[in-house]
Write a protein that binds this ligand. Sequence first.
Ligand code: PAF
Length: 284
Amino acid sequence: MVEIIETVREMQEKADALRKSGVSIGFVPTMGALHEGHLSLIRGARSECRSVVVSIFVNPAQFAPGEDYKQYPRDFEGDCSKAETAGADIIFHPSVEEMYPPEASTVVKVQELSEVMCGRSRTGHFCGVASVVAKLFNITKPHRAYFGEKDYQQLVIVRKMARDLDMDLTVVGMPTIREEDGLAMSSRNAYLNPEERRAAVVLFRSLKDAGERVARGEKDAEAVIQGAREMIESEPYTSIDYVVVVDPETLQGIKEIVCPARMALAVKVGKPRLIDNIALHPPS
Ligand code: PAF
């Protein structure tokens, strides 16, 4: 049976005991509403670590005012059974008060990386993410922590934070899991109505098309971006937040695609705002 832990102290004691007895800890942080993407992270942790901890915590600090904190899908019972089937040993499920006592006043900010891409339209979002992930690392004490490439900017920021703050763990990035038609799995896909769901496929189609153009020798980032924008704009219900081609580590925009790069986008499809990205590989 999966063990459910709700307090910071109990989770830290459990992690200490596991570490003392030489057990490796794999950690998968989530906000619940688990889908195949999360389950692939849990399976990844299961295959590499002796003990697998999954956190389920909808983190208020990473939602800006007016975002979907209240409506964010929650299904704790369903999540527990999915996580257990995928290989979780422990679910850490703290309350908001447990994570953020009123006297707390420290935040973690990864500068520059947090200010581009999603950071432009989601003020404070990545500070909320970095702060809660730092806390979760200190609470669950993992040897390896698993993050999906679907949230590419988050993955890069968490890696940088771990390096900058000398956190003694490995951040593992795992490939995006997609629906059959290519839409990246996301808890927010649940907000799409059937027509928006059909239109949302254009996000991946435009990235795939860009990837193919680059593989055939297109070097001009602006041309690749423009091609993707036109494809997306030709679909109903879409409104582009950004489409960028960036350096995979610094997330700074690039003009000429002569080394592996990352293409990322954020698009509103109806009300929901969806993100996706792919690696771009120029011909060698
Ligand atoms: O990717 C998510 O679900 C969240 O940003 C995370 C990493 C669990 C932090 O709240």
